[in-house]
Write a protein that binds this ligand. Sequence first.
Ligand code: PRP
Ligand code: URA
Length: 214
Amino acid sequence: MSEVKTGKVMILDHPLIQHKISILRNKDTGVKEFRELVGEIATLTAYEATRHLSVEETTIETPICEAKVKVLSGKKLALVPILRAGLGMVDGILSLIPAAKVGHIGLYRDHETLKPVKYYCKLPSDIHEREVFVLDPMLATGGSAVAAIQFIKDEGAKKITLMNTIAAPEGIAAVQAAHPDVDIYCAALDECLNENGYIVPGLGDAGDRIFGTK
Ligand code: PRP
Ligand code: URA
């Protein structure tokens, strides 16, 4: 019997992240603060999710002497937020990796079936040569993430990492089953989904809270 290898799942338990998540979860947190926190948590999550990037040695001149230093090497990077809520993570991650290209995948969950419906997809033309980070604050049933990752694989990308703010166990299991090669980084792992497919305890509808549409 051959062993099935699944990607790693990293739940970030850093105190700063836990504190920021506690404010996100609060129903009284307003749009401005919510949006800022989603961005800050994305920055902190990206710091961990990029730890594996390769570096190479080069030589530069400091004002004092010649020095051997390390610079990023290997594949260039791309960010792909799942619209809408994934947009809230983009700027926070670009503050760390400003040269990354950004693609967009528009999906919404049908309220009855909870299945993702695609309405937009625009990816960098060289995405097949890039390492890709898929961004979405919420991993609930996993349907949206599974579909988005498949669109990106269909364009030839080989190394894909999923970044979420809050994940449900059901979503992690779905991504691992469909895409065992994908690593998942999330800032919190919650208990379960409710009967409407919302993460419990969660933070409500991430898109509505980021964009103030409710
Ligand atoms: C939310 C969220 C994810 C999806 C997660 O988007 O941002 O994309 O639901 O649910 P799933 O794991 O069960 O697929 P939503 O459909 O509410 O769209 P929006 O971001 O445009 O509000
Ligand atoms: N989408 C959200 O925005 N929140 C959830 O809890 C589940 C899906």
